[in-house]
Design a protein around this ligand. Structure first.
Ligand SMILES: [Zn+2]
Length: 217
């Protein structure tokens, strides 16, 4: 069912794409789906933190590989764990806005969505924004793109998916990631088991074959 060799992950509850098809990129050209580069580099991103235990673990693993990354933080978590947020910046990574309360754009009026994003911006100073669940309406894109680079992704690790084995998350990234790709992980409890297995191995695999990891700017 969950075959990591397929670009689709199928589960009874949901279906999502590990790699985004090109039609999505054509429909939403103003969103960032990958970084244009000929270099062997990847852009790891971590959504939904900061978390008091998982985020520091991620920071230590990244340091072991001299990897830089981008953390899309939820405003209310930054308010709860300001020291963890500061540590992300101190270690040389970049941060992005992921709304104050992890709102689903499809279910939220545009005005409220923009206000919630502005609230997050009080604690997360960044020109980067990623919509929670990747769900954002055209009106919201129009509103936010004046102030933000809206960042989507090239590859979803599936770390949050309880139906995926840790090995499958690892295989998804290893088999799909390409030059300049933006890869999604989560520094959150629901993703912890898959993240703890797959992240060090992704870093090790790509480092061994001469790739580097950069933060989005
Ligand atoms: Zn999220």
């Amino acid at each position: 069912m969950c075959n990591a060799h397929s670009p689709f992950i199928l589960s009874p509850q949901k279906m999502y794409l590990v790699k985004n098809p090109s039609f999505l990129k054509k429909v939403f050209p103003s969103l960032l789906w990958k970084v244009k580069t000929k270099e062997k580099e990847l852009y790891l991103t971590f959504d939904d933190g900061p978390h008091p235990r998982i985020t520091p673990w991620v920071l230590d693993v990244l340091d072991q590989y001299q990897a830089k990354a981008t953390f899309f933080c939820v405003g209310e978590n930054v308010e709860k764990y300001p020291a963890v947020y500061e540590e992300i910046l101190r270690r040389g990574h970049t941060v992005g806005n992921h709304t104050q309360n992890h709102l689903n754009g499809w279910k939220t009026p545009t005005k409220e969505y923009a206000e919630n994003t502005a609230l997050c911006a009080k604690s997360v100073q960044s020109k980067l924004f990623r919509p929670p669940y990747g769900k954002i309406k055209t009106t919201q894109i129009k509103r936010l793109k004046k102030d933000y680079k809206i960042v989507m992704w090239s590859v979803i690790s599936g770390d949050f998916d309880k139906k995926l084995m840790p090995e499958e998350c690892l295989n998804i990234v290893v088999q799909n990631a390409d030059k300049g790709n933006i890869v999604v992980f989560h520094d959150s409890e629901k993703a912890e088991a898959n993240l703890q297995f797959s992240l060090p191995r992704v870093l090790n695999h790509f480092t061994q074959i001469g790739w580097t990891f950069k933060a989005l700017q």
